[in-house]
Design a protein around this ligand. Structure first.
Ligand code: ADP
Length: 499
């Protein structure tokens, strides 16, 4: 089986779809309009299920439930250790359902089944546990050790949170948003991406089983301009956490400003550089670069879509990279041999192919790939362009697919300059054994995370987010917990001071 040949069927049981309605106030309910939308399997281009379509009026109902749960419900008031206990139980139940959840993300998003089973879904449980462990360690400070005033800070939950998430990591994104907000004592509405609503609804069902009170976690599938915009412009949502494209992030922030000035956090696009220096192990560097762009079919905002290689090893690197790309296996994501599944939907598939055409027209050299794989499903060949100029569209725009731009550089300064020649600043990678180069370059790149001799090294405790137009705010780490807290200062005079 090689690239160019995608294989079929496998022995994995595709689960029947149990949850297709809106999850509001602890119940699965139809949308008020009665409308539904289809979610498509990108392997087959066929409909998986019809999902209730949430719109503004459904968001209103969900916000009322979340508001009530915040203002009067037990969740923000119970001891943090109790919240933690319920979250831990939820994590356990999720672990008992790993295979089904993994299959849901695979049919909904075209993600590799084995990867979901081993990484994404267990990762959800571990993220929930990480924040459950932090819940009872949230505390303020005592200020002003003076004779006149006693002052201290309280860290209070920010209130009702709206989460809007994308389709590329339906489970990871769900956990990254929901877990810290729950630990902080918030209540919330989450809108999954319209392409991938299935796993979020399943997590909601499991949350109820674990004992998360009604109204605390509401999941409302729907489209961006309707359900999404209803969240960002809602007068009774206290904070919005958004992950998605830079264009939509801008709209979310504007809507938040125009409505009730709710704070937003935005995790947006990227065009991340991987800078490889002359002293690198060429073989390993080529593998890293390939994984950097092909992991999750390039549908990852930190994809290493711009690769810069120093001139001493450039030719050898290019040769190895192309060889490896040609033997990369594109095919059914349920097949354990597959390394790359289909792009998430027709729109993304066509967008990527049109960027590839644009790259050819702009005069970049197509080293390998460039075409669809097979004639059913949204599969695209690993695609590498060389001889790119940095002002080309394929080098500037986020393509969000398996398309790499490769460029040669001479000096360290030139490498840094190229790495920073983007409006984005989400991530970057460096490959070198030279400590001075590693230190200099990692400090010179304007990005929220820099990987040295690795790529995609994530962790619950590693904050993740953007510089520049990649947004602001951080997912993961204790940084993320603080996005769902606000500080209250309490001040009181000290009378009858003995001094
Ligand atoms: P992508 O390009 O990765 O699909 P989007 O930014 O379009 O990313 O989508 C990310 C999330 O934002 C999805 O849940 C989508 O429904 C939502 N969304 C799209 N448009 C809007 C909007 N105008 N307001 C709020 N949310 C939106």
């Amino acid at each position: 089986l090689t690239n160019g040949h995608h294989h079929h069927a496998s022995s994995i049981n595709i689960p029947s779809i149990k949850f297709t309605k809106l999850f509001i106030n602890g119940q699965f309910v139809d949308s008020l309009s009665g409308k539904e939308f289809e979610t498509i399997d990108p392997r087959t281009e066929e409909v998986i299920a019809k999902i209730s379509e949430g719109r503004k009026e459904d968001i209103d109902v969900a916000v009322k439930a979340a508001r009530l749960a915040f203002d009067n419900g037990p969740w923000p008031r119970m001891p943090a250790t109790e919240r933690a206990k319920i979250m831990m139980k939820w994590a356990d139940i999720i672990e008992q359902n790993i295979e089904e959840l993994a299959a849901l993300d695979t049919i909904d998003a075209g993600k590799l089944y084995n990867w979901c089973k081993v990484v994404d879904i267990p990762g959800v449980a571990s993220t929930i546990r990480y924040y459950a462990g932090a819940a009872d360690k949230i505390h303020g400070e005592v200020l002003k050790p003076s004779r006149e005033l006693h002052a201290y800070t309280l860290m209070e939950p920010i209130g009702v949170v709206g989460h809007i998430i994308p389709w590329n990591f339906p489970s990871t994104m769900f956990a990254a948003k929901v877990a810290p907000a729950l630990a902080a004592g918030c209540t919330m509405i989450l809108k999954p991406a319209e392409q991938t609503p299935l796993s979020a609804l399943f997590y909601a069902h499991l949350a109820k089983q674990a004992g998360i009170p009604d109204g605390v976690l509401n999941v409302v599938p729907g489209f961006g301009p309707t359900a999404g915009a209803a969240i960002s412009s809602h007068m009774d949502i206290d904070k919005v956490s958004f992950t998605g494209s830079t264009d939509v992030g801008r709209e979310v922030m504007q809507a938040a400003a125009r409505s009730n000035l709710k704070p937003v956090s935005l995790e947006l696009g990227g065009k991340s550089p991987l800078v490889i220096f002359d002293d690198a192990d060429v073989d390993k560097a080529a593998e890293l670069a390939l994984l950097g762009i092909l992991f999750n079919k390039g549908e990852i905002c930190v994809a290493s879509s711009r690769v810069f290689v120093q001139e001493g090893i450039y030719d050898e690197f290019e040769k190895k990279l192309v060889e490896k790309a040609k033997s990369w296996l594109v095919g059914d994501p349920f097949d354990p041999k597959s390394q790359q599944g289909p792009q998430v939907d027709k729109k993304q598939f066509e967008k990527i192919l049109s960027y590839i055409e644009h790259g050819k027209r702009e005069g970049a050299t197509l080293l390998t790939g460039g075409k669809r794989v097979g004639n059913k499903g949204y599969y695209i060949e690993p695609t590498i362009f060389s001889n790119v100029k940095e002002d080309m569209l394929i080098v500037q725009d986020e393509i969000f697919g398996p398309v790499m731009s490769l460029k040669k550089f001479k000096t360290i300064e030139e490498g840094i300059e190229s790495a920073n020649n983007t409006k984005y600043g989400l991530a970057a990678g460096i490959v070198t054994k030279n400590l001075d180069i590693a230190n200099t370059v990692s400090r010179s790149i304007r990005a929220g995370i820099v990987w040295i001799n690795c790529y995609f090294a994530f962790g619950n405790d590693i904050p993740y987010g953007g510089y520049k137009m990649s947004g602001f705010g951080r997912d993961f780490g204790l940084e993320a917990l603080h996005m769902y807290l606000q500080v209250k200062s309490v001040v009181t005079p000290i009378y009858n001071s003995p001094w």
